[in-house]
Write a protein that binds this ligand. Structure first.
Ligand code: AMP
Ligand code: GLY
Length: 417
């Protein structure tokens, strides 16, 4: 069968790489893909979504997997489904779980899903009153999508009020900040828990931990993620059971009962406080770089999981996960995350270690030469029986890849060692 993966990052590359070894997959297209996805399949150069939808209809495509949130929030999955195409990814309405933090928080409240105490408001005065009722630090969030930058953790009430003012008047995040969520700070450890969902049924994948800060020891600015590993030993079976019972099941039931069944990857950003999981955020897609460490953990059945979600019968799918751990180390360009960097050539030394994988992201193919084209360039993934061996494999791969300005963290998976 022919499939299409929508997106251009390391997440989409890793899905493509994992599916390329499935015997049922005859061809993988990427829309738009990157400078390395064209080695696994074919990049589509459709000018816009209209052209893309026509391509899918005319070319006997059996499944479309949508990687990033923005096409989902724009309704791409709905348009494909209206044309009877199987899609992995939620509808525009269901994607509000990520697109609007206010929607997500109100939804959690309606369905008794544990989350930080909050106020949603567009009023500066109401916001200040609520801030005065909280202990520092105080979390102020812009309602809409802000490319991962819309959350301010304020150390004082004055800082929280000034962040609130800048959001409400549009100066920090434009229209995305004219509605805000102010919430209490939860102190614990974070987990990323992913469920592959079909509107009602779901399967839970091993819990991952992301590393959002740029520098070692969780210092420096927030990024899209500088590394990840899974499964995390911090995610006990008790915690995962609580995430399922208290968060995933009520969310799927609530979305269905409200007329917007959720299918696709439900990414639960969790803070565990004294053994209790609280929902920080939902994303309606796989995390990046979490996806890059989850895909290689599938031993079999990955395609069927995607298809089961798209068809509505994921509960009956047979799949197997490998024992062991994957660690992924992001190699970013010199000026990430501040500004774009000059393109530089990537060189990759010979590598016969079967327990390593590269997921390419910010790369461009210049007549066969692979260039680092900015942002997060690629992810070095190592697999091993335990965290230490997976991590050694990942960092051995890091040593084999060079480009000018390469920056990465040395401490990925430190939480598990
Ligand atoms: P979000 O996009 O809502 O996940 O927020 C981004 C990051 O901000 C999270 O990954 C947490 O590290 C942090 N964060 C968000 N909300 C809270 C909260 N209520 N308490 C503590 N940290 C938070
Ligand atoms: N790594 C976090 C995210 O994809 O949002």
């Amino acid at each position: 069968m022919k499939i299409v993966i929508v997106g251009s990052g390391g997440r989409e590359y890793s899905i493509g790489l994992a599916l390329s070894s499935e015997s049922k997959v005859s061809k993988i297209y990427f829309y738009p893909g990157n400078g390395a996805t064209c080695e696994i399949g074919e990049n589509l150069d459709c000018k816009n979504d209209d052209e893309f939808v026509s391509f899918v209809i005319d070319n006997d495509i059996s499944l479309v997997i949508v990687g990033p949130e923005s096409p989902l929030v724009d309704g791409l999955a709905d348009r494909l489904r209206e044309n009877n195409i199987l899609v992995f990814g939620p509808s525009k309405n269901a994607a509000r779980l990520e697109a609007s933090k206010a929607f997500m928080k109100e939804f959690a409240k309606r369905h008794n899903i544990p989350t930080a105490r909050f106020l949603r408001t567009s009023s500066y005065d109401d916001g200040c009153n609520f801030i005065d009722s909280l202990q520092e630090p105080i979390v102020v969030k812009a309602d809409g999508l802000c490319a991962g930058k819309g959350v301010i953790i304020a150390q004082s009430k004055d800082e929280a009020k000034s962040a609130l003012k800048d959001m409400l008047d549009g100066s920090s995040f434009g229209d995305s900040g004219r509605l805000v969520v102010i919430e209490e700070f939860l102190d614990g450890f974070e987990l990323s828990v992913f469920a592959m969902c079909d509107g009602e049924g779901y399967i839970v994948l091993p819990a991952a931990q992301d590393h959002k800060r740029l520098l070692n020891n969780d210092k420096g600015p927030n990024t899209g993620g500088m590394g990840a590993y899974a499964p995390s030993p911090l995610a006990s079976s008790d915690i995962i059971k609580k995430v399922e019972q208290n968060i995933i099941i009520p969310t799927l039931n609530g979305m269905k009962n409200e007329g917007n069944p959720f299918s696709g990857a439900l990414f639960c950003g969790i803070m565990v406080v004294n053994g209790e999981p609280y929902l920080l955020e939902f994303n309606v897609r796989f995390g990046d770089p979490e996806c890059e460490v989850l895909m290689p953990l599938f031993e079999s059945g990955l395609l069927d999981c995607f298809l089961g979600c798209a068809k509505g019968d994921v509960r009956s799918v047979k799949y197997a996960l490998r024992e062991g751990v994957c660690v992924g180390v992001v190699l970013a360009s010199k000026d990430y995350p501040y500004k774009s960097s000059k393109e530089t050539e990537i060189s990759i030394a010979k590598n016969d270690n079967k327990n390593t994988f590269i997921s390419f992201a910010g790369v461009r193919n210049d007549n066969g030469k692979l260039l680092a084209s900015g942002g997060r360039v690629l992810v070095c993934v190592g697999y091993g029986q335990d965290v230490l061996s997976a991590r050694n494999n990942a960092y051995n791969l890091v040593e084999k890849i060079e480009f000018s300005g390469k920056q990465y963290r040395n401490d990925i998976a430190y939480q598990a060692l």
